[in-house]
Design a protein around this ligand. Sequence first.
Ligand code: TYM
Length: 332
Amino acid sequence: TPRVFSGIQPTNHLQLGNYLGAVKRFVDMQDSGIETLYCIVDLHAITVWQDPADLTRATRELAAGYLASGLDPKKSILFNQARVPAHAQMAWLFNCVARMGWLNRMTQFKDKAGKNREAASTGLFAYPNLMAADILVYHATQVPVGEDQKQHLELTRDIAMKFNNDYGVEFFPITEPVIEGAATRVMSLRDGSKKMSKSDPSDMSRINLTDDADTIARKIRKAKTDPEPLPESAEGLAERPEARNLVNIYAGLADISVDAVMADHGGKTFSEFKPALAELAVAKLSPITGEMSRLMQDPAEIDRILADGAARADEIAKPILKRAYEIVGLLT
Ligand code: TYM
């Protein structure tokens, strides 16, 4: 049976890249008739230092972001990872399946560990094994993510294949990444060669889902561009990363193709296009921001939704974990 799983780390505020590359796709898939699980991956967050009070707040805020964006706890299973112990248990099996060499090649580890690898936590190194466990402990078949998660999903497939092969079983499915839409890689508003990120030191580089309308408009007005007007068609965007990024953002927010954006806006100057983009962004994001802050006033209700989701997730995960233990020869 097909099943969708994805997750987001509760670190800092949700930014536009998370929204267009992930959350909005989660909402689309929720209505596809397939079972959907959307997780807040708090155990992944602590692979780098998190202030405990901030982590708790960010977990609730991300839950509020899920709900405000249209995820419905009646249709999707919404929960935080720490509440379902099977993730960490399955991850241990995968620590024993994945090879050091595989993990050494992970670009996210290299980026996050930086120059001083000796000082990185071992959790950061084993991060992709926990991610594979998140997915495979539900036998999930489809994983909606942004482009930056592609390598991790390839590793998930490698782990599934090696486990199946080592034990001579066809137990884990080979998961499909779902990397779709105009905005699978939203770039920084200050530098078209860097992806938009929750952790960029410059707040002007990103739009946060907590930004008010004036802030959104100002960030778009100040976004870096080249001096030329927009080209007449999408081909003309190839060598113009900043222009291409703003067009992709427009397409993602409006839910239309890049060609459709170019049909309406091709040839315009940025002093014409940016206000149109700002207006669209405010129209789409402000209701979400408002709903998030309303939800944040009732943390007990958020906690109740997450606990309920975790109980449902646990029921799916437990028998799959038990079967994996048995395959390995562990007495359970
Ligand atoms: P995280 O928390 O960094 O990002 C969450 C999701 O947002 C996407 N994303 C973007 N998409 C487009 N443009 C951007 N600039 C951009 N920035 C982030 C990410 O691709 C991701 O889909 N390892 C994952 C979390 C995770 C996970 C999982 C995902 C843990 N377990 C299991 C899927 C399945 C991460 O760090 O995402």
